[in-house]
Design a protein around this ligand. Structure first.
Ligand code: AP5
Ligand code: MG
Length: 208
């Protein structure tokens, strides 16, 4: 099961990826998580990408594509993966297609107003990287693992606005997957479990 999750910032890609990966025992590959861990560890890559992420811009393809290619070539991806937040532009979609054939491109969609509402209350778990929500915390900690939570740097009101302006999923990426018969769109307006039921219907159709 080789899945890509597309969609605007904050639409619920990471949340659905976690649910898919735990049900189907797949690796969750999030380009955003890879960049954030490099920034936290002050690696060369982290130093290069920080300015783009903090300003709500896309990281250039030359830094992004090779990371995904390397990660997908690792053993744990042989039988499948969930790629969260990649591709975001047509060049990334074409490059990905040149090194792996995916089974489904699922767009997790949501209105800008609801995205702003959710991102302004998002909390991230330091321990398990779970994207969670202020209202879901248990005693101020991650409801999944009890870890400490933090607010992402790019979840400030100004950066959320910049991300929504600069990072709308381009139509040509959607068209690329529509033409291959791989594209499905799900709205994540309902609860995360209800949204997952819709996502899972698509996944079940892939399992032989
Ligand atoms: P990335 O980390 O991927 O950020 P993003 O695309 O902005 O998406 P988010 O992670 O903010 O949102 P999400 O869709 O995962 O939503 P989540 O599940 O957390 O990328 C960060 C940056 O890295 C980018 O800005 C860019 O600079 C760079 N980058 C990454 N990939 C790149 C690429 N391919 N090319 C170039 N640059 C790249 O949910 C959001 C909130 O809603 C959470 O609080 C969650 O708990 C809550 N929530 C989720 N579902 C529901 C629900 N059903 N009901 C209520 N609340 C919900
Ligand atoms: Mg995410």
């Amino acid at each position: 099961m080789k899945i890509v999750l597309l969609g605007p910032p904050g639409s619920g890609k990471g949340t659905q990826a976690e649910l898919i990966c735990s049900k189907y025992n797949l690796p969750h590959i999030s380009t955003g998580d890879i960049f954030r861990s490099n920034i936290a560890n002050k690696t060369q890559l982290g130093l290069k990408v920080k300015q783009y992420i903090d300003s709500g811009s896309l990281v250039p393809d030359e830094l992004t594509i090779s990371i995904v290619k390397d990660r997908l070539s690792q053993d744990d991806c042989k039988n499948g993966f969930v790629l969260d937040g990649f591709p975001r532009v047509l060049n990334q979609a074409k490059q990905l297609d040149s090194f792996v054939k995916i089974d489904k491109a699922i767009m997790i969609d949501l209105s800008d107003d609801e995205i702003i509402n959710r991102l302004s209350k998002r909390r991230m778990c330091k321990k398990c990287s779970n994207p969670t929500h202020l209202d879901w915390l248990v005693d101020g900690k991650c409801e999944k693992c009890g870890g400490e939570v933090y607010i992402r740097n790019d979840d400030s009101p100004e950066t959320i606005k910049a991300r929504l302006e600069k990072q709308k999923l381009p139509q040509d990426v959607i068209d690329f997957y529509v033409e291959k018969g791989l594209f499905v769109k799900i709205n994540s307006l309902s609860t995360k479990q209800e949204t997952f039921i819709e996502v899972d219907k698509i996944l079940k159709s892939l399992v032989k």
